[in-house]
Design a protein around this ligand. Structure first.
Ligand SMILES: O=C[C@H](O)[C@H](O)[C@H](O)COP(=O)(O)O
Length: 242
């Protein structure tokens, strides 16, 4: 790659990172004293955890965080956010997380390319308000356009799940078990299988078909969970509701 191209690419990456930070900081403004907050996972959620840590440190904001991965737990500890769990707080005031795709209109999501979909879905469904933070490149008109659907399956007998997943969707999916040449094992000790669907006409029907497979723990489509999406673009951050 020529150095001009490398410079352009680095500039694009930096611009996207700034947008993620903007969306994250806007969402963190929603957090009030005494709230229990679900902490998402991924590069956008990292900005949110950082910004929340700054509010805890600089304003003395009192919150409890419930992280969705070991990585987010570690970061939250580093930035000084007190942590809780479902035993102490079975219901959350708010959860904030990134997404791999946001479907225009319904605001259905694809999540889990970082492997955290199960804990993320548990946390999102436990929150009174689920706020999604993305840069505008994540908006799509059809789910599955940019990202595969990650499916978390128990490790034992995963080959059977792959066989059955291949028959889901209107014309099947292309399941891939490997990420970076290795099997992806989640924080829960399960495996992730990425399903590439050429087109997803009916997300609810596909969701049911995937859930019907014995051994599937969950999948990365988040349907009817989103309260709002904060989308950062070059004109600023806009708020979308379903
Ligand atoms: O498992 C990972 C999560 O679902 C992330 O929220 C999602 O992959 C988006 O990550 P990022 O903000 O890094 O694009």
């Amino acid at each position: 790659m020529s150095s001009d191209l490398e410079t352009d690419k680095a500039r694009d990456v930096a611009a996207i990172e700034r947008l993620k930070d903007q969306a994250a900081r806007e969402a963190v403004r929603y957090i009030e004293d005494g709230m229990v907050v679900g902490l998402g996972t991924g590069s956008t959620a990292r900005f949110m955890i950082q910004a929340l840590g700054e509010r805890v440190r600089d304003e003395g904001l009192r919150v409890w965080g419930l992280p969705t991965s070991e990585a987010s737990t570690m970061q939250a500890r580093e930035v000084g956010i007190p942590l809780t769990n479902f035993a102490a707080h079975p219901e959350l005031d708010i959860a904030i997380d990134g997404a791999d795709e946001v479907l225009n209109g319904t605001l259905f999501l694809v999540k889990g390319l970082g492997g955290a979909l199960l804990r993320e879905k548990i946390v999102a469904s436990a929150a009174k308000r689920f706020v999604v933070i993305v840069d505008e490149s994540k908006l799509v008109d059809h789910l599955g356009t940019k990202a595969p659907i990650p499916v978390e399956v128990v490790s034992w007998g995963w080959e059977r799940a792959v066989h059955l997943l291949n028959k889901t969707g209107s014309i099947g999916c292309k399941p891939r078990m490997h990420r970076d040449g290795t099997l992806f094992v989640t924080d829960n000790g399960n495996m992730i299988i990425d399903c590439h669907y050429p087109s997803i006409e009916d997300p609810h029907a596909l969701s049911e078909a995937i859930y019907d497979i014995v051994g599937v723990v969950d999948h990365g489509m988040f349907l009817n969970l989103t309260s709002e999406v904060l989308v950062a673009g070059h004109g600023g951050v806009r708020r979308m509701v379903p």
